[in-house]
Design a protein around this ligand. Structure first.
Ligand code: F7E
Length: 333
């Protein structure tokens, strides 16, 4: 039975990856912060399933700031594959929390690399990096050879971690893979990311639980995919004989305004009267035309779903469903 260790297991990607690996017959071990609440996490359905929890899914408390705990867990679990997904992932917040962002992403990845380098058994590692490493790219679309040019603390931390993966792969011959992930969404997306924020508020307005949504730049465009496709790609990239870099993207751009149009149409409302611009949410140096070319990983058999409208409709209906069961206040900020 193959065995995987996941950092960041309670997040959107960690939870979908866990479901995917369990379906493939893996035993899955996940690292959780001592402060994480499992009842409210994306793993609650698995943790409350006695056929899974403690049998094929195991959780361990660990802080990546304390590498000794990671070392102990790695030695005890001895996984075939590590999926490193943990780290502060909000670009806007990274300007207010630059040190925390750099510590969790850049140093967190380096600490793991140092431990993996000394690990006596062969292990494959997937590192979830980001299109934000390209920052303000001079080419469009971007691929694995596009120069790194980050423009925010999050992108800079990811660029460091991405480059260290490349360096350790080359220098020590380790099986290390960078997945350069463009935006990918689902009903499990954090509430402060724009697609989830809009879908959630559209549903809340429809149900009379909110009255408005405050947003930054609605003309901003992103290459948005479906998170479930991206975790499948993570696994596929680790099944290759050697580590490598792969871009995961749809290659299609949409604007925040299109998210608004689709989400509000799904609840039968016109978005315009409900949306207010908030200058505090406009990011300083906004990146431009981050759109990815995934042909390299597509040659391995990966294919992203590109039905953006279906993705947004799915997210809105999931919110309506959740709110109809447990109505609660929505923080519009
Ligand atoms: O913003 C604009 C914002 O925060 C998308 C992370 O997974 O993908 C994600 O980063 C766009 C940006 O995602 C609001 O300025 C407008 O242009 O959903 P987001 P992100 O910053 O692209 C990359 C690939 C990652 O790696 C990251 O970890 O929407 N926008 N108004 C807004 N964004 C937010 N959050 N809130 C607004 O009110």
């Amino acid at each position: 039975m193959p065995c995987a260790l996941i950092t960041g297991i309670t997040g959107q990607d960690g939870s979908y990856l866990t479901e995917f690996l369990l379906d493939q017959g893996y035993t899955v071990h996940g690292l959780v912060r001592r402060t994480s609440s499992l009842e409210r996490s994306n793993l609650r359905h698995l943790c409350s399933n006695p056929a899974v929890f403690g049998k094929t899914l195991h959780l361990h408390s660990a802080d990546l700031e304390r590498p000794i705990t990671f070392l102990r867990i790695l030695q005890r679990v001895n996984p075939d594959e590590i999926y490193h997904l943990a780290g502060q992932s909000h670009v806007g917040l990274s300007f207010d929390m630059a040190e925390t962002t750099a510590d969790s992403i850049a140093m967190g990845t380096l600490r793991i690399l140092e431990i993996v380098r000394e690990h006596p058994a062969p292990v494959r590692l997937f590192h979830a990096t980001s299109s934000e490493i390209f920052g303000r790219p001079t080419v469009s679309p971007q691929d694995e050879s596009t120069p790194l040019n980050p423009v925010n603390p999050y992108g800079a931390a990811k660029a460091f971690a991405t480059q260290m993966i490349r360096i350790y792969r080359e220098k020590f011959g380790l099986h290390l893979t960078n997945g350069i992930l463009y935006n990918h969404e689902s009903p499990r997306r954090g509430e402060n990311f724009v697609t989830r924020k809009i879908c959630r508020t559209a549903a809340a307005i429809k149900l009379g639980l909110a009255t408005e949504v405050r947003l930054g730049d609605t003309s901003a465009r992103r290459d948005w995919g479906d998170a479930r496709d991206y975790v499948r790609g993570m696994w596929l990239s680790l099944q290759q004989p050697a580590g490598d870099d792969y871009v995961f993207a749809t290659g299609v751009l949409h604007s925040v305004q299109e998210v608004l149009e689709l989400a509000f149409a799904e609840v039968g409302l016109n978005w315009r009267p409900y949306v207010h611009r908030d200058e505090r949410l406009v990011r300083p140096p906004e990146t431009c035309t981050l759109v990815g070319d995934s042909s390299k990983v597509c040659r391995l058999g990966w294919q992203p779903a590109t039905d953006f409208a279906a993705l947004i409709r799915w997210m809105v209906s999931a919110e309506l469903e959740a709110m109809s069961h447990t109505p609660r206040d929505v923080d519009p900020a």
